[in-house]
Design a protein around this ligand. Structure first.
Ligand code: ADP
Ligand code: MG
Length: 254
């Protein structure tokens, strides 16, 4: 469903992403891992259209999206979360979801006759999404700043799911969670997979990754050094070496 061919992104002399090729199949969960600075976030930016490619091709569901901008890619069904929280902290939980919905459905902003109906639909769908990601509906009308870090991360996932995308990109979605919260979050990711949504996830918690991923793609200095089942990747000497070269695997992140 998603196919990357020789995708590169250069910043001056820095090859942040260097001729990367891999595929993500329908309903697959793929982990994108690698040491700090290996190009993971840049990879997400390239797929979601937040930064243009230097060279290479990206095809999604048979459509060449290489030169599409972020809005067009979102419309095609690829949504993302960001490594840093991108929530409107002073708005309520429901308002954040509503903003995401209006961006999704521009008609509701400009067509007066459908606006009221849309607003009701959006509120209904937003509440459904809150329940799906496991945020107590009591928080719907509270400010985002009142949510725990874990719930803010869940809200980011909910916002990425507005409009039923076929594919979501998650950049370190469990950052800032404690162990128990991360276990619950793991269930949420599996629930998303069970909805038939494909996931590409950047994450440094190997325990979480190995429980949810069908496959792992490993980057090092912008290049793919491994692409296989989690249990194989984790024992791959080349992968172990890449992590050990820059500190221990357990602490490698970025
Ligand atoms: N906007 C940018 N301008 C210049 N260099 C960048 C930019 N974004 C990323 N880089 C560089 O690209 C490399 C990969 O960064 P990044 O994709 O953020 O890595 P990761 O997410 O794996 O930690 C790093 O060397 C980083 O300094
Ligand atoms: Mg990153």
């Amino acid at each position: 469903m998603l196919e990357l061919t020789d995708v590169s992104k250069h910043y001056g002399g820095i090859k942040a992403v260097d001729k990367v090729s891999f595929k993500v199949y329908p309903n697959e969960v793929v982990g994108l891992i690698g040491p700090n600075g290996s190009g993971k976030t840049t990879m997400m930016d390239l797929i979601s259209g937040h930064t243009p490619l230097t060279s290479g091709h990206i095809v999604f569901n048979g459509q060449d999206i290489t030169r599409h901008n972020a809005t067009k890619i979102a419309r095609a069904g690829i949504r993302r979360t960001f490594q840093t929280t991108s929530l409107f902290k002073d708005c309520t939980v429901l308002e954040n979801l509503s903003i995401a919905s209006h961006l999704e459905d521009k008609r509701s902003l400009f067509n007066v006759t459908t606006r009221k109906q849309s607003q009701l639909n959006i509120e209904h769908k937003s509440l459904e999404l809150l329940e799906f990601v496991g945020i107590d509906s009591a928080y719907a009308d509270r400010s985002v700043s009142e949510l725990s870090t874990a719930d803010q991360r869940r809200l980011m996932v909910a916002m990425a799911m507005v409009g039923d995308p076929a594919f979501i990109l998650l950049d370190e979605p469990s950052a800032g969670m404690i162990v128990g919260e991360r276990d619950d979050f793991q269930h949420l990711l599996l629930k998303i997979k069970n909805r038939g949504i494909s996931i590409l996830i950047v994450e440094h918690h190997m325990r979480l990754l190995s429980k949810i991923c069908d496959r792992m793609v490993v980057l090092n200095f912008g290049k793919v050094i491994a692409d296989d089942k989690p249990e194989i990747v984790q024992r791959d000497p080349v992968v172990v070496e890449a992590y050990l070269g820059r500190g221990s695997a357990a602490h490698a992140h970025g």
